[in-house]
Design a protein around this ligand. Sequence first.
Ligand code: NAP
Length: 483
Amino acid sequence: MTTSHAPAVDAHVHSDLYIDGRWTAGAGRRAVNDPATGEVIAEVATAGPDECRAAVASAHGAASTWAATAPRQRGEILRRAFELMTAEADRIARLITRENGKALADARSEVAYAAEFFRWFSEEAVRVRGDYRPAPAGDKQIIITHAPVGVSVLITPWNFPAAMATRKIAPALAAGCTTILKPASETPLTALAIADVLERAGVPAGVVNVILPEPTGPLVKEMLDDPRVRNLSFTGSTEVGRTLLHGAADTVVRTSMELGGNAPFLVLEGADVAAAVEGAMVAKMRNGGSACTAANRFYVHASLVEEFTVALTERMAAVTVGQGDEDGVELGALVSVKERDKVAALVDGALAEGARRTTSATVPAEGAFYPPTVLVDIEPTADLLAREIFGPVAPVVAVADEDTAVRLANDTEYGLISYVYGPAGDALRVAGRLEAGMVAVNRAVVSDPAASFGGMKQSGLGREGGFDGIHEFLESKYVAVEI
Ligand code: NAP
């Protein structure tokens, strides 16, 4: 454990709202904390009803001009945003570490990933294709085009404050939609820094607005009830996603939902254990375990479980924990003491039910730190395995055969991602049996702006990135032409 006192965020960090191309003081201020130290690093502006209405009016006012802007021009603005963000990656990564707590290495890879959404969708902006064909009955021509959905509210979580924002803003702008971004309360500064990048990239006033409604629920609902808002793209917990789906129903607002996960990590008979442990470390510890894609439950074939657990325990015990921007730190703080306590309660519950901890690291009580932890002797029905842990905790369960592993893996309301390590043919067969929107086979990371990201079951509706992502912001229009 290492600690130091890094300076508060630099004077160039924006802490006002961004509405209609202007930085605006808002209705009040709220503290943003560094979770590693508890220090207040900024007082950020909050939005009341007036600011929320102004953001909707601004996005609505800019909508028709932006929709009519040439796709090439929209693409070039996004390309400039990619270049600016890449050039300023270190500054943005340090800001993420300060407000989120994650290790700087994680923050740096997040910024690179986030910037790639600008590049990918700068290329997609000019590739929206329609359809033109004779009707089967021969009575008409069928023309299908794609039009921007319109004003889009984008709501993002704290765990990837840059990437979850660009994964929505980039396709929205490429499609010709205007946006209102509402970042998580814990991590607003990164979202405001992205608005600053977009402004300098040439995004016209009104096309991107960033607000922090307070109170969140009622003010977001008021925006959804405004008939000028036509689309909601949400990333966050399944619980809040359900509430928003209900809220969107009243005005039939279109929705995209990227929700929670409970990723199983399967190690099949005959797997390369060293490779599986290497993969487990990445799938579990990337972003400190605070990822919707984080491996949440390890189902390991009984013949390999001892070797796997010993090696995983060794690797987890060797992780350097500390303040995220310290040299060599691999695991930073969780986003808040509240989140740390949630993880601790889940582990304590499992221990009380008979689980055993094979790691022994401790971290100071001060700061939102939780030690890398491996748990064994867990009943397959344990509460811990049913919940999204969102922290550096790896529960390992021995399984007798492939059918048991698949049954346990699928026994969840979630279906975001699954991991399989094993001989190629077996792993591919199992991948086909898993109820998940994404499966990683003999590798630990799937995220790629060029691929469709999203979940089955209660992990979500719709897909982000890839060729699908832009279509979350477009709707089809059919024109029938008499011949
Ligand atoms: P969260 O509590 O659901 O919050 C997400 C966002 O929703 C925040 O901006 C939050 O704002 C807002 N929110 C909360 N209540 C709301 C309401 N009633 N109406 C409108 N907005 C509301 O999730 P989180 O704790 O930030 O993030 C962790 C969750 O996100 C995990 O479940 C994780 O799996 C999921 N996630 C999913 C993906 C994916 O791609 N599937 C990616 C990343 C994370 P406030 O901060 O103001 O409350």
